[in-house]
Design a protein around this ligand. Sequence first.
Ligand code: XLS
Ligand code: NI
Ligand code: NI
Length: 441
Amino acid sequence: MPLIGTTEFFKGIGPIPFEGNASDNPLAYKYYDAQRIVAGKPMRDHFKFAVAYWHSFCGTGADPFGPGTLQHPWDIPSDPLEAARLKADAAFEFITKLGFEYFCFHDFDLVREGDTLLESEKRLAHIIPYIREKMEASGVKLLWGTANCFSHPRYMNGAATNPDFRVVARAGAQIKTALDATLELGGENYVFWGGREGYMSLLNTQMKKELDHLGRFLGLARDYARGKGFTGNFFIEPKPMEPMKHQYDYDAATVIGFLHQYGLQDDFKLNLEVNHATLAGHTMQHEMEVAAAHGMLGSIDANRGDAQNGWDTDQFPNDVAEVALMMLTLLEAGGLQGGGINFDAKLRRNSTDPEDLFLAHIGGADTFARALLVADRILRESPYPGWRRQRYASFESVAGRDFEQGRLTLEDLYALAHTQGEPPLTSGKQELLENLVNRYL
Ligand code: XLS
Ligand code: NI
Ligand code: NI
């Protein structure tokens, strides 16, 4: 086993400093100043930036039209355990140099899955203590763990919603092992993304049965982890489609209804992803508003889609205007509930220099930092919060309050309508607000 840090994978790149926007150094933060206090706390704590193990250290750039373009020096095909250790060395070197505090993983991002359940478990048991050493040595923490219950062919018809109970049981075993790994590494949260929990055709699908199975399955996972002393959050990550035609965790509103239906609402919150919101036909701010309205704004997978096409391109965030609106909602909601900002984003296939991975994360962090500063100024200095409140001022009247507090009947509304006359047309002032936001960008 190589000693921690014996090989430097990202040679010539040191710790990424904050240099401010006057700096021409591409390998420096322009806006992300970890210690800077914004709205009462350091930027670092607003974001809890995390690196996604899968995209950054497992992805090779392969797409349906061609193989990978990246050859990771840690990918040794003949020796999965040695490959896993080298990958961990590279990952922790990268995260530490970026100055991020967190990472996220799927079980078999850490080490390649074996041919049997037993072999897979052995491999995980081998690599987890090594990861823990790396975490202790670097201070890097685990934002969340999850299980990859979608890549292996056995999950082609779903995991918890598979029509074959043997596959459901197999998924249960995998989730137990992934929960154990997350607990062992002090994971602050645990994510379920139902990649293949959905259908390709309703002709072969009993939807109600599958939803019941999913609800039951998640309850078992919660009970197991709570029994082991896990006090963190469970998150569901909504996504409407891809890989399936339809996925049950369609969007925030759908998932919240599901959680209440199956009694999971006290343990589960949402991990929202920007590109999943756009696939569902929403803005990310919409998804965040829905989650925040239910006290379930747990965590964010940061990326962006492409306005000209409709799939999950998982590009790094770079649109300050989009993220500024997200940060307005984040600040007004009082922050994330237990989660952070995980860069669930990948380099473009033709970005093949080792430094590209740094540039992508630096750009993402700067986009969020700049957007947070914009949103904070809008809330502190502009008439925006006042204008927004003013729109609902009529609910401060005696009758408006009575309505909100449940003291009016439908007959009362009828009587009021008769006395008040035709209500005036009141402008929504959308353009005024859009222009105002642009002044701060
Ligand atoms: C895929 C999802 C996935 C989850 C974790 O679209 O974003 O990466 O975040 O399983
Ligand atoms: Ni994601
Ligand atoms: Ni995604």
